[in-house]
Design a protein around this ligand. Structure first.
Ligand code: MN
Ligand code: MN
Length: 266
């Protein structure tokens, strides 16, 4: 049976507006392993049957570049098999991919978000949580980038889509999940603000008019290639209401893990 490694990445220093996502990993774990819920995925995988290997949270030493800490931590944690990183803000996806890419010859990213996060730099910060996908595509850390749920696209984003060949789906033109045909192993990056704030209020940048929890799960469950890595980022506990968003994040982790197990069995 394949193991799914969990790794907390409690880092939010590159958030442009609010801090808070660094507090997320233990709160997502608490919901994931709460006795209130079953650990079976909807897809029929018993995640309670010794599936998760918890690698704990990364710790950041002032003397080290946090991007090196994340890339090295991910490279080590991914040695055992598929890996889910618990963010942290979305800036961490770039060093995560640096650590993961070496293990995979070809990789497609399915990025679910209200925002494209592909500014060359934001507030003069090239490491901003609004820029990870610019760095990822510049370095060739993904062969293909598919973004869904976008509802904040501007002209600079459109120029970057053109430059990097991004398949960007505005929320008004959402593709049928089954129509996204992936031809390589897949990395899933879920920004919790992709969901409508009615479902997930615990985010730094609430963007109304978003995806339902069901729609996000449908995208996850439609991936018909091995899911080799994932992150669930931008959960901000300081903005949450009664832990509602932590539970949504845990549910998404559960369904991603279920797909990882299934896709590595067949
Ligand atoms: Mn976002
Ligand atoms: Mn994002």
């Amino acid at each position: 049976m394949v193991k799914v490694t969990l790794l907390g990445v409690p880092h939010d220093a590159n958030s442009s507006y609010l801090r808070g996502p660094a507090q997320a990993p233990p709160l997502i774990r608490r919901e994931l392993f709460s006795d209130a819920y079953s650990l079976w995925s909807e897809t029929g995988v018993d995640l309670g049957a010794d599936v998760f290997a918890d690698a704990g949270d990364l710790t950041f030493d002032e003397a080290l570049d946090p991007w090196d800490v994340i890339a090295h931590g991910v490279e080590a944690a991914a040695a055992a098999g598929p890996l889910i990183c618990l963010g942290g803000d979305h800036a961490v996806t770039y060093p995560i991919l640096r650590g993961l890419r070496r293990r995979h010859g070809a990789l497609t990213i399915l990025h679910i978000d209200a925002h494209a996060d592909i500014y060359h730099a934001y507030q003069d910060n090239p490491r901003s949580h609004a820029s990870p996908f610019a760095r990822i595509m510049e370095e060739g850390l993904a062969d293909r980038l598919v973004q869904v749920g976008l509802r904040t696209v501007n002209d600079e984003h459109r120029a970057q889509f053109e430059r990097f060949g991004v398949e960007a789906y505005d929320i008004r033109r959402l593709p049928d999940p089954a129509s996204l045909r992936f031809e390589t192993p897949v990395y899933i990056s879920v920004d919790i603000d992709a969901l409508d704030p009615a479902f997930a209020p615990g985010v730094s940048h609430r963007e109304p008019g978003g995806l339902t929890t069901r729609q996000v799960i449908d995208y996850i469950q439609a991936v018909a290639q091995p899911v080799v890595g994932a992150d669930v980022v931008e959960y901000n506990p300081t903005c949450d209401i009664a832990g509602q968003t932590a539970l949504v994040a845990a549910k998404l982790v559960k369904e991603i893990a279920g797909m990882m197990v299934r896709s590595h069995q067949t």
